[in-house]
Design a protein around this ligand. Structure first.
Ligand code: ATP
Length: 286
C-alpha cells in the first residue's frame, strides 16, 4: 500500500508506524478485555459490567444528542462507579495480589513448634478424612494459612482443642450438635466448629452441593486450604486458591497438605499480626 493510499484510507499524515502502533494498541486492549471477561464469567461482576456498559451507551447517546447536563452527570457517575466498582468487585483478588507482593520471605518463616504441629494436624486430618470417606460421613475442614479466619470462626462455636482424628470423628458425627458447617484449624489446633463459609458464585459441577460450594467460596477469598469429604459419594476434595481438586486418595491428600502447610511455609508465626489473605499455591486441576 502506498503512502497516498494510507493517507486516503486513514487520513493525511498517517504513517506505517502509526498504523502498527494502532494495531498493537487495539490488540493489547482487546486481549485485556478478553481476559477480564474470562475472569468474571459466571460471577456477579458480569452483571455489573453489563450495567456499566448500558450506562456507557446512554452516555454516548446523550453526547450525540447534545444533552449536556445528562451527559455531564453520566460521565461523572461512570468514572467514579468504574473506579469503585473495580475495587469492590475484585477486592479479594486485589487483597491477594497485594499480600503476594508483600513478600513471602517476611511473613512465612516457620517456627519449629509450628512445623511439628502442622505435620501432626495434617496427619490427623488425613486419617479422619479417609475414615469419613469409607463411612460416607460429610466433613468440611479448614486449615488457616496466612490470612486470618477470625470472621469465619465468629460464625461458629469457638473451641481450643488438640486435633485428633477421634475428635474430628465426634464433631462430624451425624446428628451431633457441631456436625453442620466447617471446623477451623489454626496452628495445629481446632479453634472453631459449625462455622459458615461463603458460598462460591461460580458455576460448579451439578453434583456438588453447598458443602463443596462453601469450600470453594472460602478458597476464592483467602489462602486457606479446605478439605471436603462428600457424604453422598465419599470422595475427598481439596479447595485451595479458588480451585477444587476432587477424588484425592490418602497419599495425594497428605502430599498436597504437607506441601501447602509445611513445605510451602505458610503457617503464621505465633506473634504475627492479623494479616491479609494471600495465595501462593500453584493452580490445582478441577
Ligand atoms: N455455607 C456453608 N458453610 C459451611 N458448611 C455448609 C455451608 N452450606 C452447607 N454446609 C454444610 O453442607 C451440608 C450440606 O451439604 P450438601 O449435601 O448440600 O452439599 P454437597 O456438596 O452435595 O455435599 P455432599 O456430597 O456431602 O452431600 C450442610 O449440612 C452443612 O453441614
Amino acid at each position: 500500500m502506498t503512502t497516498e493510499a494510507l493517507d486516503y484510507l486513514l487520513g493525511p499524515g498517517t504513517r506505517w508506524r502509526d498504523l502498527g502502533l494502532a494495531v498493537v494498541d487495539t490488540g493489547v486492549v482487546s486481549y485485556l478485555f478478553y481476559r477480564m471477561l474470562l475472569l468474571i464469567r459466571g460471577t456477579k461482576a458480569l452483571n455489573v459490567l453489563v450495567g456499566l456498559s448500558v450506562l456507557g451507551v446512554a452516555y454516548l447517546a446523550s453526547q450525540l444528542a447534545g444533552l449536556v447536563t445528562l451527559n455531564w452527570l453520566l460521565g461523572h457517575f461512570l468514572t467514579y462507579s468504574f473506579m469503585f466498582g473495580v475495587i469492590v468487585l475484585f477486592q479479594a483478588d486485589i487483597r491477594r495480589g497485594l499480600a503476594h507482593l508483600g513478600g513471602r520471605g517476611i511473613l512465612s518463616w516457620l517456627q519449629p513448634g509450628d512445623r511439628a504441629a502442622q505435620v501432626g494436624a495434617v496427619e490427623a486430618v488425613v486419617r479422619a478424612s479417609v475414615d469419613f470417606s469409607r463411612r460416607k460421613v460429610g466433613a468440611l475442614i479448614v486449615f488457616e494459612r496466612l490470612a486470618d479466619l477470625y470472621d469465619v470462626m465468629d460464625t461458629g462455636v469457638r473451641l481450643d482443642s488438640a486435633l485428633t482424628p477421634e475428635l474430628l470423628g465426634s464433631i462430624f458425627h451425624n446428628g451431633g450438635p457441631l456436625h453442620d458447617g466447617a471446623v477451623v484449624i489454626q496452628r495445629g489446633r481446632i479453634v472453631a466448629a459449625r462455622c459458615l463459609l461463603p458460598l462460591t458464585q461460580r458455576e460448579a459441577a451439578p453434583e456438588l452441593g453447598t458443602r463443596h460450594r462453601a469450600a470453594l467460596g472460602l478458597a476464592e477469598e483467602v489462602d486457606a486450604a479446605v478439605v471436603v469429604v462428600s457424604e453422598e459419594r465419599g470422595e475427598i476434595s481439596l479447595a485451595v486458591d479458588g480451585q477444587l481438586t476432587r477424588r484425592l486418595d490418602e497419599h495425594a491428600l497428605r502430599e498436597r497438605l504437607l506441601a501447602l502447610l509445611v513445605e510451602d511455609g505458610p503457617s503464621r508465626p505465633a506473634a504475627a499480626p492479623r494479616s491479609g489473605p494471600r495465595r501462593k499455591e500453584p493452580r490445582a486441576a478441577i
